[in-house]
Ligand binder design. Structure first.
Ligand code: GRF
Length: 216
């Protein structure tokens, strides 16, 4: 099977993993999901991986206590054993050590549910509502040692509506995540990304259209 062998790292639901996997089945998609790794044995996403017939591994972080270096070394060993060349974090709720991040530099990508650099960290939808922003969204970025930082490959914006709850806003953002993550992974796998400092240059069409909310 063609396509750059890619691992998806999850901790929970796995909807972004599913979106990546579904996209990867299209003819000519430049990455193929060769491995799913969860740091939790009870992650529902593992069942999705099994249903898709994909190899899945669990590396219980609890087994490593507070030793992040050892956990990351175990992760790295599994990735190498499977011949993985790209790693996509998809709801992987574990901080990775600078050593691991550096070893996978520009081959390690994450999706974050905000328009970075706004709202790094947790509870992004509640924080966006509390801040009163009119546009919110999701970002796909290359991973650097600092949490939710690194060159941005793609962003998708959604309006924040007057009657939004955290759940409604999260659902609107998630639909965008499922569109931008497969797109950005494809660019990375196809060699269409060039990194200049903290800026990713992507060889893909851009639009000049503005998204304005309230629309006026
Ligand atoms: C997504 O919102 C993702 O942006 C964030 O964690 C959530 C994971 O959802 N990093 P899922 O497991 O992919 O459904």
């Amino acid at each position: 099977m063609a396509g750059v062998p890619t691992a998806v790292l999850i901790s929970g639901r796995g909807s972004n993993f599913s979106a990546l996997h579904a996209a990867s089945l299209a003819p000519g998609y430049p990455a193929r999901i060769a491995l799913v790794i969860s740091n939790r044995a009870d992650a529902p996403g593992l069942e999705l991986a099994a249903a898709a017939g994909l190899p899945a591994e669990v590396i219980e972080h609890a087994a490593f206590g507070r030793d992040r270096e050892k956990f990351d070394a175990a992760l790295d060993a599994k990735l190498h054993a499977a011949g993985i060349r790209l790693v996509a974090l998809a709801g992987f709720m574990r901080l990775l050590t600078p050593r691991f991040v550096d070893a996978w530099r520009d081959r390690l990508v994450n999706i974050h549910p905000s328009l970075l650099p706004a709202f790094p960290g947790l509870d992004t939808h509640a924080r966006a509502l509390a801040a009163g922003v009119r546009l919110h969204g999701a970002s796909v970025h290359l991973v650097r040692a600092e949490v939710d930082s690194g060159p941005i490959l793609a962003q998708g914006a959604v309006p924040v509506l007057p009657d939004d709850t955290e759940d409604r806003l999260a659902a609107r953002v998630l639909a965008v995540e499922h569109r931008i993550y497969p797109m950005a992974l494809a660019w990375l796998a196809a060699g269409k990304v060039r990194v200049e400092g903290n800026v990713a240059r992507v060889d893909a069409p851009c639009s000049e259209a503005a998204l304005i909310n309230p629309a006026g």
